[in-house]
Write a protein that binds this ligand. Structure first.
Ligand SMILES: C[S@@+](CC[C@H](N)C(=O)[O-])C[C@H]1O[C@@H](n2cnc3c(N)ncnc32)[C@H](O)[C@@H]1O
Length: 126
């Protein structure tokens, strides 16, 4: 099999799996934290309960850590969230950088529903 065909196959597998998670057909990444619920996973990998309040739909329980808390972006900075999923980190980054900053979320899986509060934060930035 040539390398491009193989790479496209892998991309297709990733899109298919995250698409199924985003549609609610399956859940989580299978990392086995606690009961495996999105909330338990998120709290277990470093998000705070305050981070998650009101943006439950943006938490797909797929992260490997809480990058915005670790990176601590400052007011006015620009953040690129590559592989943003439903927008959990883009939302937290937007809160940190404020109206003078900029956040761009990019995801290759179509059909990932962006949490409504996240979408409204981008329409009327903090
Ligand atoms: C583990 S999930 C994390 C989603 C989100 N950051 C979160 O914490 O809930 C990885 C995401 O990255 C996306 N992704 C993977 N490779 C990508 C690429 N090369 N370009 C854009 N998105 C990508 C997938 O579609 C998936 O939504």
């Amino acid at each position: 099999m040539n390398a491009n065909v193989e790479a496209e196959g892998k991309v297709g597998e990733v899109r298919e799996r995250y698409g199924r998670i985003a549609s609610g057909e399956i859940s989580g990444c299978g990392c086995g934290l606690g009961d495996g619920s999105e909330q338990t996973v998120a709290l277990g990998i470093g998000y705070g309960a305050d981070d998650l309040a009101g943006i439950e739909e943006a938490n797909l329980g797929l992260g490997c850590g809480a990058p915005i808390a670790a990176l601590a972006p400052r007011t006015g900075e620009t953040v690129l969230d590559l592989g943003s999923g439903a927008g959990i980190d883009a939302f937290l980054a937007a809160r940190a950088v404020g109206a003078e900053g900029r956040v761009v979320g990019v995801d290759m899986t179509s059909g990932v529903p962006v949490c409504s509060l996240v979408r409204s934060a981008f329409e009327s930035p903090f």
